[in-house]
Design a protein around this ligand. Sequence first.
Ligand code: ATR
Length: 289
Amino acid sequence: MAQPDTLQPANQPALVGVMGWPVAHSRSPTMHNAAFQALGLPWQYLRLPVRPEHVAEAVRGLRGLGFAGANVTVPHKQTVMAALDEVTLEARAIGAVNTIVNRAGHLVGYNTDALGFLRALREGGFEPRDCRAVVLGAGGASRAILFALLAARARVTLVNRTLARAQALATEFGPLFRAPIPTLTFADLPALQTALDDTDLLVNATSVGMHPHEAASPLPSAIHLPATLTVYDLVYTPLETRLLAATRAAGGNAIDGLGMLIHQGAVAFTLWTGQPAPLSVMRAALTNG
Ligand code: ATR
């Protein structure tokens, strides 16, 4: 997991930013600039639109321009790795870098999603250590969730529309953590219901339910949600997804996707500045901004 790392005096002016293509939609500048301001740090967080063919040059530019670091978003999270001096084991296993730290010219790639997710769960009143979990989805987002849960020694069942994709992920991550990862599809209703009846946590790491498809739920309508369940939905547009509304209606604990966005940013903030991130300021900036 990413560890805080003090790099330069945070009271000196410094630049960070988010590299993506496109990057206009990113809410990270709002969140981080509010945090810098709240702590009185003379730092600025910029949008850095980078064409895919210019990723390596842009990363070198961070060093040349003396940036303290950067966030990396779609579609550069994988390709950026080759241009870095070092990539943490965790980011390698997840297969994506979302944070770069410039350590005196040595560029290190981190992934703060897994730790951000675990912190968001704990903030939502759920302790992931040794829990039973069902994860929906086997794409990029699911890799960080799976890594986080397996690192917390959870027993995970993986559900995906395309079984082969779930199986490939289970085959890759299972041996890494010496944990068998059962896989199934949404079509296998009895097995899905049994998995949900026997779990503590359900995580939606698919894009189902995201704007403009708010009426959709990743779970088939015949599925019954136990009242004892905690449900984390990575989708945060809208904040109250159909899945989370159904969880609340069933008496369960529903945690919205904003927490992971804030906490992955907070981990990056601390890696850059060496200071704890002002979480409530960041949440307010995202909900009001
Ligand atoms: P991300 O990086 O956000 O995870 P992704 O790699 O494209 O994006 O993965 C999207 C995930 O949502 C996948 O698990 C995908 O299922 P498939 O592997 O079967 O494609 C899942 N997903 C997307 N649309 C879906 C839908 N309509 N029903 C069920 N699952 C869906």
